[in-house]
Write a protein that binds this ligand. Structure first.
Ligand SMILES: Cc1cc2nc3c(=O)[nH]c(=O)nc-3n(C[C@H](O)[C@H](O)[C@H](O)COP(=O)(O)OP(=O)(O)OC[C@H]3O[C@@H](n4cnc5c(N)ncnc54)[C@H](O)[C@@H]3O)c2cc1C
Length: 402
């Protein structure tokens, strides 16, 4: 059996749902397809929940390059490279290393900053029209720097971004504590970068709420449990073939398949290097000194975020890991890192819900939003910041069809 639609969106994560919204507003008939059994069940499910519009810094940088030997040796508890390394990983890795120069780092960070700014505007425009409930708040965000070496580098990056219009401030530890008293327990801070306009929101509730709205008010269709195994170019469009639910024909397709994209687009003889970077989160009741501002501990590489009446903590990075199983040891190590960072931020004994997801990493940290063929648009590679970039990416992808 074959259905027909103007545009098929493959993937109902935050990027796919934001893309469907941008297409629906432009009057397209849209069908969203996903192999999961509901929206945002993969990487968009329980991520760090930060809308980090001011913190678009690319992962590949001269600083990362300098710490690479220690990262490869596995001496950093928050970072691992999964083994065995596949030929695809090596190809991605070489591309990533090319993006670690100072020049590429600056260019990538500024490119991502533009997308983040568009995302913020698009999110505000959506919420003005449809006030969705997803624990959304302009909480502001603080990045904590400990070493005397790392803070001056952070200040340079802040200056670069400020010259492109971002609102960030450098604070002393005392100034930061005045805004966020939960930092009182933190010793050895060298300085803090404060982004007062950054926001938070639950990506899963957002995707569920927006898809409901799109179905009821914009006539969008969705099919879950629909695993697209092949994209076949046909006369007048593309046929999306599933392994057991027939196929869907569309004039255009937008691929928003996260880490599943590289394999999928090969059937249309397209390539995009996406490497998974596994991360973990847990959600717990707030502790006696729970921050209201979102906190990123740059040394331990984790984020704290107050999401409604819960604390969400996310971190750890396992580059090249393809499985989403929650390893109890790794989850424990995230809880321990969080406890050593902000001991009273959460009720850690009742950290009930552990989760793992795969960040779809592009070598440049800049998402790939492109019309790869007249019928096929790619909206992939959103890495560590896909929730932040989703709304702007949806707008850019939809604009490519016009
Ligand atoms: C621990 C952790 C913390 C994070 N914290 C933050 C944060 O604080 N802020 C932030 O901005 N970002 C954060 N991220 C990154 C963010 O979660 C991702 O970038 C984002 O969720 C990617 O969205 P997506 O829609 O591209 O992918 P996904 O959410 O993975 O959606 C892709 C969808 O495509 C479907 N799919 C794939 N292949 C097929 C196929 N062949 N057929 C049918 N369906 C298919 C999948 O089932 C999936 O539902 C974090 C990630 C992790 C892991």
């Amino acid at each position: 059996m074959s259905d027909a639609t103007d545009v098929a969106v493959i993937g109902a994560g935050v990027v796919g749902i934001a893309t469907a919204w941008a297409l629906a507003r432009r009057g397209y008939s849209v069908t969203v397809l996903d192999r999961d059994d509901g929206p945002a069940r993969s990487t968009s499910f329980a991520n760090g929940a930060q809308l980090s519009y001011a913190y678009s810094d690319a992962l590949g940088s001269p600083a990362l390059l300098r710490s690479l030997p220690w990262l490869v040796l596995g001496t950093d508890p928050s970072f691992r490279i999964a083994k065995p390394l596949s030929p695809r990983f090596w190809a991605w890795g070489m591309d990533f290393l090319r993006n670690c120069s100072r020049k590429r780092f600056s260019a990538n960070t500024i490119a991502a900053l533009g997308l983040a700014a568009e995302s913020r505007l698009a999110m505000h425009a959506l919420l003005e029209r449809h006030p969705l409930e997803f624990s959304y708040k302009a909480a502001g965000k603080m990045h904590l720097y400990y070493g005397e070496a790392s803070f001056p580098t952070a200040l340079k990056v802040m200056d670069l971004k400020r010259s492109h219009g971002v609102h960030q401030e450098a604070l002393t530890p005392v100034e930061a504590e005045r805004i966020e008293p939960a930092l009182g327990s933190v010793g050895d801070l060298a300085g803090v970068i404060y982004s007062p306009e950054d926001e938070v929101g639950d990506p899963h509730r957002f995707a569920v709420g927006l898809l409901d709205l799109l179905r009821s008010e914009y006539g969008i269709r969705s099919r879950f449990g629909f695993d697209v195994v092949r994209l076949s170019l046909i006369k007048g469009g593309v046929e999306l073939v599933s392994n057991h639910l027939g196929s869907v024909r569309a004039r255009h397709v937008v691929v928003c398949a996260g880490v599943g994209a590289s394999t999928l687009i090969r059937s249309a003889r397209l390539r995009a290097p996406i490497c998974p970077m596994k991360g973990y989160s847990f959600t717990a009741p707030p502790g006696v000194a729970a921050p209201h501002v979102s906190i990123t501990d740059t040394e331990r590489k984790l984020v704290f975020c107050r999401l409604g009446d819960q604390m969400r903590v996310a971190g750890l990075a396992e580059l090249g890991a393809w499985d989403t199983a929650v390893d109890p040891e790794r989850l424990r190590s995230l809880v321990e890192l969080a406890q050593s960072s902000l001991p009273d931020a959460a009720d850690y004994r009742n950290a009930g819900f552990g989760w793992a997801g795969l960040r779809p990493m592009a070598p440049s940290s800049v998402p790939c939003i492109t019309r790869a063929r007249p019928e096929i648009i790619l909206n992939i590679g959103h890495g560590m910041l896909g929730w932040t970039f989703a709304m702007g990416s949806g707008e850019r992808a939809a604009a490519l069809l016009q």
